[in-house]
Design a protein. Sequence first.
Length: 167
Amino acid sequence: MMKPKPHKWTFTSRFRKNVYGWKASKLACKRIKEAVSEIKKVARKDPILGAEGSIKLMGKFWPALQHVDSSSGVLGTAVYNAMNVLVDIVIKAPADQKTREKWLDRLLDAFNDDGVGYLDLLGDRWGDVCGSSETASKWADELLPIVQTTWEETKQGTFSYFRGTSA
């Protein structure tokens, strides 16, 4: 499969690490909507590039939004709505196996680095994001030992949690 053309995403400069402060919830929500619109527009013409943009944005949510006051729930709702669109774009992209594996590695890193659960929807739809039952099975085999260890530690009275359990 051909590599996607280099594309200059507008949203990347708006989702740098620590770019939003405590009171920037309204601005962050506006920027999220703009970014999703940009990605959807590109995905209509080039689904692979749209998926690349989706993955890039998902990886930027936590670093950019970690200091924003999200107690009202507005920011969480904006991210959740964006995630529904972004995950669908990734699922529908006609990527070859090698490309999808690279995406999954990047997504797992973003998922594990997420500090508040912005990307939880990704874990819930991990099997679909894998693109095939064979890939999903491979990932299940890879994640299962961690889940089993977590459950065993919990049975022994030690609190243990693994974010990837739903995946």
